[in-house]
Design a protein around this ligand. Structure first.
Ligand code: FAD
Length: 316
């Protein structure tokens, strides 16, 4: 079986989980795709998981109420062993990359980190990953009875639901004592959807002009559309927006349903982070801008004239 460890927040299955199921489906490895849901009060997450997986294993335990690398690694390795998984896929999130190597050590398995594609070659599993500040794409291959993989966020399209939901099974685990506890947490207040979760992203480039225009043009349009806000590296380097919003080779890889690029030239380093978006819409005053080569819809014009009209239309 292919064991995929679900990621979830606030009682909802994260988009990363759907991306990992896609990674599993595209891997060409045989066997049922099993989503492992670890947590407490996760019935809703398990039901969402069942829509895309052949089966769902649910460990709904008070010990798993908050994430812990040692517990997640112990649980994943236990289930991988018991189910004789030949492939274990974890999210390439901060936590996923924290516990995945521990799972690999426990299973004495090779580990493929930050995969952007997967394919089966005989008994081996081949992955592609970026290296050298994403300037080089490397192909790596791992073999053995079981391989552990972390999937780069945004690199795989979210999986579509199956015709019939997978079976759900409650499982019990033999967990170690928790040794690390979270003693405080302050959460940044933002009503805006995170880039990794967004189905629509509105990105501003240097053509937006300055930080004030970004707040005047990009943010309200994103808010009206329920979209995430993205930025190019030029914008981040200028200090108009935080690094967390950078899309591209050295920023985030995203694959939303719609990517709206405003005043973005479409440099290759930017395209490598958003080129797989389902629909790309571009507004640029230069008809020759490379972004138009990948755009499904484009307007040649000045963002400061066109975007206010879009804000008004989207508000209505
Ligand atoms: C190793 C490396 C890694 C990199 N990683 C990234 C990355 O992760 N992400 C990234 O984005 N870049 C990255 N870059 C930088 C990249 O090469 C480009 O420099 C950058 O993407 C350009 O950003 P931009 O499109 O905002 O600016 P520009 O290239 O300056 O383009 C601005 C565009 O706005 C248009 N414009 C100007 N005024 C208006 C207006 N009023 N209305 C409409 N359009 C207007 C212009 O015609 C132009 O096309 C990387 C570069 C290197 C070398």
């Amino acid at each position: 079986m292919i064991l995929v460890v679900a990621e979830h927040t606030g009682g909802k299955l994260a988009k990363a989980s759907l991306e990992m199921v896609s990674a599993a489906r595209s891997s060409g490895r045989e066997g049922p795709i099993t989503l492992l849901v670890l947590g407490h009060g996760v019935a809703g997450v398990a039901a969402e998981a069942a829509a895309v997986a052949d089966q769902v294993l649910v460990a709904d335990l008070s010990e798993l109420a908050t994430y812990d690398a040692e517990l997640w690694a112990a649980a994943t390795a236990q289930i991988a062993r018991a189910g004789e998984a030949h492939t274990v896929i974890t999210p390439g999130s901060r936590s996923g990359r924290e516990y995945a190597p521990r799972v690999a050590v426990k299973l004495d398995a090779p580990y493929l980190e930050d995969a952007i594609s997967l394919s089966a070659h005989g008994d081996a599993l081949r992955a592609q990953r970026y290296t050298y500040l994403s300037r080089v794409t490397e192909t790596v291959e791992a073999s053995g009875p079981v391989v552990v993989v972390s999937a780069k966020p945004g690199a795989f399209a979210p999986a579509a639901p199956l015709g019939a939901p997978g079976e759900q099974y409650d499982i019990d685990l033999d967990l170690p004592e928790r040794r690390v506890t979270i003693t405080g947490r302050s959460v940044e207040k933002s009503s805006r959807v995170a880039l990794s979760e967004a189905d629509i992203i509105v990105t501003g480039g240097r053509g937006v002009g300055n930080a004030e225009n970004f707040a005047r043009l990009i943010e309200p349009l994103a808010d009206n559309l329920g979209a995430g806000v993205g930025a190019t590296r030029a914008v981040v380097d200028a200090g108009w927006r935080p690094y967390a919003e950078q899309v591209g080779q050295t920023g985030k890889t995203v694959q939303p349903g719609a990517y709206i690029a405003l005043g973005v030239s479409g440099a290759v380093q930017h395209l490598s982070g958003m080129g797989k978006s389902k629909y790309i819409v571009a507004i640029n005053k230069d008809a020759e801008a490379p972004i138009f080569k990948v755009a499904d819809y484009g307007i040649v014009g000045d963002v400061s004239e066109i975007v206010p009209a879009l804000i008004e239309a989207s508000r209505r």
